[in-house]
Design a protein around this ligand. Structure first.
Ligand code: GDP
Length: 480
């Protein structure tokens, strides 16, 4: 009825405390409206200032997005560069993001670029690659964040810091003043980019980059911690995020709404295997030494979950000969495992089949897929990967593999502070096997080593209290 509809549209729970706006077509993006049912309370609430800035960004995206006059005018400038500066207040500035590598990398890149676009008043447009449209709904109402296929700069995937338009070359040759003569500037933020590329992290956008209508950025990671080291953005970031550890969680809950097909994968699995348990534990297994099973990794999972009391012990052989039937009211725990291999999952599931638990708990173990090998940009493969990251985010506690952006998205999207398993060295189980993380934030793998204020090299994990080195990568940076 009409009254229920009005009531629902203004129901804050579904719109995550003002993070989301009502008014989208519900059928075309079911997850946007249903996701709140599947999750407990918000781990972090958006600040009033963030909500206000999101609404302003939506207006900007609509005013300047693909199909508008402003977009056509700006795109024409790329074909026929103008002379002199055009500081027309009405003109729009754009950030074109080229996300790449695995899906976890691409999600972190999109979240970071969106925050940078908000901080600098740019319209975010994303290069769709081969699978983006199969994975996510549009995040902004009445416009598209997808870069139109007829965008004048071609071959975006192959741009590197070597091109003359790159930020690297402009700062190296001291040509910052002439930036406004360029149709676009390219920023290479690959995790392996150079010292000069990374000076971008100290850039005060107001000085010269704001004159460049098109900023094209290539990145594969979560560069938000570096923005928190730049004095130019400090006041605004303080207002947007009174709690610094909430950035990825809020940006991700705002941006990433799984498409209906992916939402089907998520909800069918959740309802079949996870919903009815008293507790849900996620275990994300990512192995960087190859796709064959490794005993030291299985040992690490068992040592971590035992040491941190995340999984119950099983009865020894002698005691187990006496059949102990679980009482009707026994607690149940569902374990969601993800990984390219099914070997770890089969071992752990077998363990709880062959022996009773010492606590009487009932443990069920589930894994949605085992793709065996990593593929890139293949639609159904990426859809499964997204569904699994999302399912991980719906658990109550989570164990992740160090160094994995897949794991970062799983826990970050859920607002969960993970237990991180350290990356094994020399095919040996690390000791300790895992550690509770400091925060729910992802780690930046290719950080700057430069103090923007002092203008010299520095240990960037020691400059401000809320940016520290990561648990799983000693040189990485994360917000706490
Ligand atoms: P990272 O390499 O661990 O940082 O994570 P990425 O997501 O960037 O890249 C790994 C890619 O391998 C994923 O995007 C998937 O394509 C695939 N992959 C890795 N682990 C899993 C998994 O547990 N499940 C599925 N379905 N795919 C996975």
């Amino acid at each position: 009825s009409a009254t229920t509809y009005t009531h629902q549209e203004s129901n804050d729970d579904r719109f995550l405390g003002g993070l989301l706006v009502p008014g989208f077509d519900q059928q075309s993006c079911i997850s946007r409206y249903q996701a709140a049912h599947y999750r407990k309370n918000m781990a972090r609430s958006p600040s009033a200032h963030l909500v206000k800035r999101l609404r302003e960004q939506e207006t900007l995206q609509r005013r300047c997005g693909p199909g508008t006059k402003a977009y056509r005018r700006a795109a024409e400038q790329l074909d026929t560069p103008r002379n002199g500066t055009d500081d027309d207040d009405d003109s729009c500035k754009y950030l074109v993001l080229v996300p790449y590598r695995g899906l976890g990398n691409r999600i972190l890149a999109m979240a970071s670029a969106f925050l940078y676009a908000m901080l600098t008043g740019r319209v975010l447009l994303v290069d769709r690659g081969t699978s983006l449209t199969d994975l996510f709904c549009e995040p902004f109402p009445e416009t598209s964040w997808l870069l139109p296929p007829d965008f004048p700069i071609k071959d975006l995937e192959n741009l590197t810091g070597e091109v003359p338009e790159s930020y690297r070359n402009l700062v190296k040759d001291n040509k910052a003043d002439s930036m406004s003569d360029l149709p676009y500037v390219f920023v290479d933020l690959d995790h392996a980019c150079t010292y000069h590329d990374k000076l971008f992290y100290c850039d005060d956008d107001r000085e010269f980059l704001h004159r460049v209508p098109w900023l094209v950025m290539r990145t594969d990671g979560y560069f938000v911690p570096a923005l928190f080291l730049n004095p130019a953005y400090q006041d605004e970031l303080d207002k947007l995020f009174p709690r610094k550890d909430s950035v990825f969680y809020l940006m991700a809950r705002y941006l990433f709404h799984p498409s209906n097909r992916v939402w089907g994968l998520i909800t069918r699995f959740y309802n079949s295997y996870l919903k009815d348990s008293d507790e849900r534990l996620g275990i994300q297994v990512r192995v960087f030494d190859g796709d064959t099973p490794f005993k030291h990794v299985l040992d690490q999972i068992l040592a971590c979950t035992s040491q941190e009391h995340l999984l119950p012990e099983v009865m020894t052989e002698e005691t187990a000969t006496m059949p102990m039937s679980a009482s009707a009211g026994a607690r149940s725990k569902a374990v969601l495992m993800t990984g390219l291999s099914s070997w770890y999952f089969e071992n752990i599931r077998g363990r709880y089949w062959q022996s009773a638990t010492a606590t009487g708990e009932v443990v069920s173990v589930h894994q949605p897929s085992h793709e065996e090998h990593q593929l890139s940009g293949e639609a159904t493969h990426d859809m499964k990967a997204l569904a699994e990251m999302y399912l991980l985010s719906m658990t109550d506690a989570i164990v992740t593999s160090g160094w994995s952006t897949f794991g970062y998205v799983g826990h970050g999207l859920g607002g969960l502070t993970p237990w991180i398993m350290f990356k094994p060295e020399n095919l040996t189980t690390p000791d300790p096997p895992c550690q509770r993380a400091m925060s729910m934030e992802p780690c930046l793998h290719g950080p700057p080593f430069y103090d923007c204020r002092a203008r010299r090299g520095a240990d960037t994990g020691k400059l401000v209290p809320h940016v520290r080195h990561c648990e799983d990568m000693s040189w990485g940076l994360k917000l706490v």
